[in-house]
Ligand binder design. Structure first.
Ligand code: KIV
Length: 292
């Protein structure tokens, strides 16, 4: 499967992307750690994307696009990420690759597709990369997942780790609160991060931890950390795009809204509805005249 796609604009609504440029690579992302330490690198920018059009809009501004399993809640209205399937991740992953030409596309391994054994993880990850054209997978978990991270990276599959608040473990954690408030838990999260980094992860999402934990991890591992609810001193940041665009009423502490798109979409739909009901839409510009 090619990662460069040409859209047929006569049949597709999707806006064609500009002339393809060279995609950023996994090694370039990993190198950013040293560049930041040396004062020559900027923090990594990552956002989630689930659809081709969102990918097209976000891609020019991002180093990485994450096809997060948060799509279970954001796109499908599921109660958590637990029910998300490999099929869902493959379908959305392929759409995001088709809509991007610059960012490294990373796809979340859904719950149940990788935890049983390194072999199970390899099969799932290989399927995702083959069916989508994405460059890497992300998996949640600490030291227990380190052998799996090593198994995949040694076989050519780049892995982004994910420690701290790991939403797939919501049933064990009992909720989505910040982690690492107690010293023992803080030490465990740092150990987890170091084990995943040592196993060969090319980058590590650090989610929902008290700031000192994020700082200790960032200073002690040799791949870039990407924070969410962590610290501005991480080597990069990620947010769910719909959160930062203001699509939801609830704004968790770690989210900054950069727009109020939910309200703007509602207002546009209200104006459309009023125009339809008053027969102001369609106007003369939107109807077809017969040939003169
Ligand atoms: O699924 C997701 O969107 C994520 C990010 C929040 C890091 O894992």
């Amino acid at each position: 499967m090619s990662t460069t796609f040409t859209l047929d604009t006569s049949t597709s609504r999707a806006t064609p992307v500009a002339a393809p440029m060279k995609r950023l690579t996994v090694p370039a992302v990993r190198r950013r750690k040293a560049e930041i330490a040396g004062g020559t690198g900027e923090p990594l920018v990552m956002l989630t994307a689930y659809t081709v059009r969102t990918a097209q809009l976000l891609d020019p501004h991002c180093d990485l696009l994450l096809v997060g399993d948060s799509l279970g809640q954001v796109v499908y209205g599921l109660p958590s990420t637990v029910p998300v399937t490999l099929e869902m991740m493959a379908a959305h992953g392929a759409a995001v690759v088709r809509g991007s030409y610059h960012a490294v596309v990373v796809i979340d391994m859904p719950f149940g597709s990788y935890e049983a054994s390194p072999e199970q993880a390899f099969g799932s990850a290989a399927r995702l990369l083959k069916e989508t054209g994405a460059a890497a997978v992300k998996m949640e978990g600490g030291a227990a997942m380190a052998p799996t991270v090593a198994f995949l990276t040694e076989r050519g599959i780049p892995v982004m780790g994910h420690v701290g608040l790991t939403p797939q473990a919501v049933n064990m954690l009992g909720g989505y609160g910040a982690r690492g408030r107690a010293p023992e838990e803080a030490a465990k999260i740092v150990d987890d991060a170091q084990a995943i980094a040592r196993a060969g992860a090319f980058s590590l999402v650090v989610e929902g931890v008290v700031e000192p934990v994020a700082l200790t991890i960032t200073r002690s591992i040799d791949c870039p950390t990407i924070g969410i609810g962590a610290s501005a001193q991480c080597d990069g940041q990620v947010l769910v795009a719909e959160d930062m665009l203001g699509m939801f009423e609830r704004v968790p502490r770690f989210v900054k809204r950069f727009d109020d798109l939910g309200a703007r979409i509602g207002a546009a739909a209200q104006t459309y509805a009023a125009d339809v009901r008053s027969r102001a839409f369609p106007g003369p510009e939107q109807v077809y005249a017969p040939k003169a």
